[in-house]
Design a protein around this ligand. Structure first.
Ligand SMILES: [Zn+2]
Length: 173
């Protein structure tokens, strides 16, 4: 009988698929029951069950792999709003796009047009976006997001969005 890879190996495998390059990402999380949590300076928030997409960018050392590795592993200390959420809610997917240009605010606004709800000001302390955390009744549609985003960003051969964790897909814009 073939041995299953250990959980640790599976996790390392998924991290290895994430480029250590700068880029923008959406971390997709699934909440199966209502949740009330305290989120730093934002205070106490109540979340209804559904899918949540948190948008950020990773332009520093280690790029997307370092940042998403932190989100997927779960950070030991809470630094950003998303860390409080991540401590209680499971990530189920990642969308990412490589590129040194900061696109998180664009992504947050484009995703907000597709979302069923928003969590006001979450992850948006340092910008004037309504939020960086969007709520969806069902698994958010990458195809619809890609189509909307494609109207705003330059299409080039090396641009791509990937979904990791549950499924891995690579889509060129
Ligand atoms: Zn923003």
């Amino acid at each position: 009988m073939q041995r299953q890879p250990s959980k640790r190996r599976q996790r390392q495998g998924s991290f290895a698929a994430i480029p250590a390059a700068p880029g923008t990402y959406a971390l997709v999380l699934h909440l199966s029951r209502p949740l009330a949590i305290s989120v730093g300076a934002l205070g106490r928030i109540r979340l209804t069950p559904g899918y949540y997409a948190y948008v950020g960018s990773a332009l520093g050392p280690g790029g997307l792999r370092a940042r998403l590795g932190r989100h997927l592993r779960g950070p030991r200390t809470a630094r950003w709003h998303v860390d409080y959420l991540r401590a209680r809610v499971r990530p189920v997917g990642v969308w990412l796009r490589e590129g040194a240009e900061r696109q998180e605010h664009l992504w947050a606004r484009v995703l907000a047009q597709l979302a069923d709800g928003i969590v006001p000001r979450f992850g948006a302390s340092d910008c004037d976006c309504p939020t960086h955390l969007l709520r969806f009744d069902r698994w958010p549609s990458l195809a619809r997001f890609r189509a909307k985003l494609g109207r705003w960003v330059r299409r080039d051969s090396d641009s791509k969005i990937e979904v990791l964790c549950c499924q891995i897909r690579t889509i060129s814009l």
